[in-house]
Write a protein of this length. Structure first.
Length: 98
C-alpha cells in the first residue's frame, strides 16, 4: 500500500523537503509514502520551457532535477539543493476551485 503526499501549494523545494522529513520519521509504517505532485513537479519545467522548442533541453534538465529531488525524498534522503527555476515560488493558485 502507498500514501501519496500532495504538494498543496507549497514551493517545489518545501514539498520535497517535507516529504523527505516524513520519510525520515522512525515509525513503523505498513505503507510507502511517496508523492503525487502536479505543480510542485512541473513548475520549474514549465518556467524553463516557456513553450519554446529551443528551451526543451533546459526544461528536461529541470524535470530531471525535480524528479531526482523527489526520488531522494521518498527515501528520506533529500536535504535540499536541487532547486529549480521555480523551486522557491509559492504554487498557491488563489481562488482555485477543485
Amino acid at each position: 500500500p502507498t500514501i501519496c503526499f500532495l504538494s498543496g501549494g507549497q514551493t517545489e523545494e518545501d514539498a520535497s523537503l517535507n516529504l523527505s522529513a516524513m520519510n525520515q520519521l522512525d515509525a513503523k509504517r505498513p505503507w510507502n509514502l511517496t508523492f503525487s505532485y502536479g505543480r510542485a513537479l512541473q513548475a520549474s519545467t514549465l518556467k524553463a520551457w516557456m513553450g519554446n522548442v529551443e528551451n526543451l533541453p533546459k526544461a528536461q534538465a529541470e524535470f530531471l532535477k525535480r524528479s531526482q529531488a523527489n526520488g531522494l525524498a521518498t527515501q528520506g534522503k533529500y536535504t535540499g539543493g536541487l532547486e529549480g527555476a521555480a523551486a522557491g515560488e509559492s504554487l498557491v493558485v488563489k481562488n482555485y476551485v477543485y
